[in-house]
Design a protein around this ligand. Structure first.
Ligand code: ZN
Length: 135
């Protein structure tokens, strides 16, 4: 049950970064064959989600739809200029959980894990805890 940290550098203000390969790398390194991979993003203007990583238009659609609903230049009370990012972060959430079977993440065929940047470019962390199943 070692804590791993995946460090991610975003390059744009709003961007979804596919970290699936890196999460798989943490699982492989852990040697855990069956259990749970818990992912946590300790930031207030970034989030994490699982969605399609085959067609990049999907994440673009998510970013653009969130932007229509929660625009960068909306009327907000938070004066730091990133209120939209705080709201989007809370909507998408800060954690994700994927089952591990036979040493592999049980993601669906089209699923990938994304760090969701809403106030980049920044350096972000994704905390990963692998919990082994005890039978
Ligand atoms: Zn802020």
């Amino acid at each position: 049950m070692v804590l791993s940290v995946i460090e991610v550098s975003s390059t744009s203000r709003q961007q979804f970064i596919d970290i699936t390969d890196r999460v798989e790398g943490v699982v492989n390194k852990s040697g855990v064959k069956n259990g749970v991979c818990f992912l946590y993003v300790p930031h207030t203007t970034a989030g994490i989600t699982i969605n399609e990583n085959a067609d990049p238009s999907v994440v673009t659609d998510i970013i653009e739809t969130l932007e229509r609903v929660i625009p960068l230049d909306g009327r907000y009370r938070h004066l730091e200029g990133n209120a939209h990012a705080h709201i989007k972060s809370s909507i998408l959430g800060h954690s994700a959980c994927v089952l591990i079977e036979d040493g592999r993440l049980m993601l669906g065929t089209w699923q990938g894990v994304f760090l969701c940047e809403f106030d980049g470019p920044r350096r972000r962390k994704v905390l990963v805890k692998i919990i082994e199943e005890k039978v």
